[in-house]
Design a protein around this ligand. Structure first.
Ligand SMILES: [Zn+2]
Length: 289
């Protein structure tokens, strides 16, 4: 999983709020009767705040909402249907997804970092998937909260399904900050296995299984490439050479590993997070870059 930075996306969140707030306010006005006691709470300033809530604030809102309005647990309750109408049918369903994606500027799935997240259609349209970290069917009032919208690949979006991240207290990509997510188990040379940190949400997303099933060749290649005595010498020389050239450490790291070095850039190329974690664990040569 990659880490997202709320501050980095603040400007986009504000633009998003500005663009879609009126849709929501109009829809709220039409559902006054159905919303009952919830209606007076959904005024302009609260809607603005809610659209910009961080995941921690979203968590708090769910806690309070379910406590005060316990019938919101029932998706068929009148209030629940009204909220769905406002925030999903007149909110999320009306987002210009293509624009959202282009503004987000993120290349690979935040959850798995193994798939690029755009689909190019024959008509030239580009569209990625957006996952609601807090499930929109359970918590429709967060369907238009910018920091609840996670750019993800089709596979992760489907695997996650309606998993209740609130109930299981999962950490949003905006909250997580793991230095080391992937480690490897070395049974013998050429017999590696990825092990992920123990986390129910990562288990749900099947990240460890998928990486072990489909991508063990990455660590095989890294080991081959950097642990052979000859190649180690070669890379040492190369590193020295590059110091004399006008090339940054980041460029050299990318050239040698095919990954990006800094966490804010991991999304630019698939597997960058894995490559960084494994290279740190194996103390490979580019650590000195
Ligand atoms: Zn994914």
């Amino acid at each position: 999983m990659l880490t997202l930075d709320t501050k980095k996306y603040r400007k986009r969140a504000l633009d998003f709020n500005k663009k879609y707030r009126q849709n929501l306010l109009n829809a709220i006005a039409t559902k006054k009767a159905e919303l009952g006691k919830i209606y007076p709470l959904l005024d302009d300033s609260f809607v603005d705040k809610m659209m910009l809530y961080t995941p921690k604030e979203q968590y708090k809102l769910i806690t309070i909402a379910l406590k005060r309005f316990s019938h919101l647990r029932d998706k068929t309750a009148t209030e629940s249907i009204a909220l769905k109408y406002i925030f999903i049918e007149n909110g999320y369903d009306k987002i210009n997804k293509m624009e959202f994606y282009e503004n987000f500027d993120i290349n690979s799935c935040v959850y798995c970092n193994r798939n690029y997240i755009f689909n190019l259609y024959a008509n030239g349209h580009v569209k990625g998937q957006i996952d609601h970290f807090y499930d929109k069917a359970r918590y429709p009032f967060l369907a238009m909260s910018f920091y609840n919208l996670i750019p993800s690949c089709e596979g992760c979006n489907r695997i996650k399904g309606t998993y209740d991240t609130f109930r299981y207290n999962s950490l949003s990509p905006y909250v997580r900050d793991e230095n080391r997510l992937f480690t490897i188990e070395i049974k013998s040379v050429g017999n590696f296995k990825y092990k992920l940190k123990d986390d129910a949400f990562l288990k749900k997303l099947l990240i460890e299984e998928i990486y072990n099933k489909g991508h063990i060749d990455i660590v095989d290649d890294m080991y081959e490439k950097f642990y052979q005595k000859d190649t180690r010498e070669h890379f040492k020389l190369l590193t020295k050479e590059f110091k004399n050239l006008e090339i940054t450490k980041e460029d050299l790291y990318r050239y040698l590993t095919n990954g990006y070095k800094h966490k804010e850039d991991f999304h630019r190329r698939t597997f960058s997070k894995l490559i960084k974690d494994i290279s740190e664990e194996l103390e490979l040569i580019w650590l000195h870059l």
